[in-house]
Design a protein around this ligand. Structure first.
Ligand SMILES: C[S@@+](CC[C@H](N)C(=O)[O-])C[C@H]1O[C@@H](n2cnc3c(N)ncnc32)[C@H](O)[C@@H]1O
Length: 245
């Protein structure tokens, strides 16, 4: 019998409600834009490659959106359970699967903070550009819970924007290149700097952490063979394996 999922604290509930509202209102534009974003497509491809999945395996995609990773991964595995906080995203995903003739995908609208599976019941868990929306204290909790869900030999792959607040050289490089790009755009860019300072520094919508922080969370949870691959700009992929017993 699986442990009961943690009861999210009230501030987690506020974040969950905010993310659900935000992503439900942006679901259609994300669905239209994601397929034309070359950077995102590179990260999606890297997440799928790092999953190193086989045709007999069952996968879970956390924060699946309208299916960018799910639909690519579906051809490599027996099934994918696609999970998202927004039921609008799940219906777009199922519609995309139907249109592409992909039959081994199912969807579940639930925040990852409330998700649960029996211990050692999942072969591979992937996620792309979703976990920076979790509160910082919820990230290591999720990594530990994923470790519990995976069978021995199972893999966890996180693709995401990965940078901190200037603590290491990679952070400083990413922040400087973003600032330079926006400053060059004139007043429109200055406005974006102000807006993004709220998003990234005050951390009420986007809460990225560095690649090193993700590696540490994986190692602390017990994952082995943890590796981090920078992909493009601020995006990186971290993967770890639950040792075969
Ligand atoms: C930037 S989109 C990425 C979608 C997709 N994975 C991709 O690669 O295009 C972030 C997704 O994470 C979902 N999300 C945000 N917070 C979540 C949470 N707490 N639980 C489940 N999904 C969440 C959003 O609804 C949204 O679909």
């Amino acid at each position: 019998m699986a442990d009961a999922p943690p009861t999210p604290r009230p501030s987690a509930g506020r974040n969950i409600a905010r993310q659900r509202r935000f992503w439900t209102s942006r679901a259609i534009s994300w669905d239209h834009g994601a397929g034309n974003n070359p950077g995102l497509l590179k990260v999606v491809a890297q997440v799928i490659a790092e999953a190193d999945a086989t045709k007999s395996e069952h996968a879970v995609d956390l924060g699946c959106g309208s299916g960018q990773v799910t639909l690519g991964l579906a051809g490599e595995v027996a099934s994918v359970l696609a999970v998202d906080i927004s039921d609008k995203m799940i219906s777009l995903l199922l519609e995309n699967a139907r249109r592409q003739g992909v039959g081994n995908v199912s969807g579940r609208a639930i925040p990852v903070e409330e998700l649960d599976f029996p211990p050692s019941s999942v072969d591979v868990v992937v996620t792309n550009y979703a976990l920076h929306h979790l509160r910082d204290e919820d990230k290591p909790v999720l990594v530990q819970r994923v470790f519990g869900w995976l069978r021995p030999g199972g893999r966890f792959v996180v693709g995401d924007m990965m940078f901190g607040r200037g603590g290491d050289a990679r952070d400083r490089e990413i922040i400087a290149s973003k600032l330079t790009l926006m400053l060059r755009k004139g007043p429109g860019g200055w406005w974006r700097i102000a807006k993004n300072s709220g998003r990234y520094l005050l951390r009420f919508q986007e809460r990225p952490v560095s690649m090193h922080a993700w590696v540490r969370m994986f190692e602390d949870a017990g994952f082995e063979d943890v590796r981090a691959v920078p992909v493009v700009n601020e995006a990186a992929v971290v993967r770890g394996t639950k040792a075969a017993s």
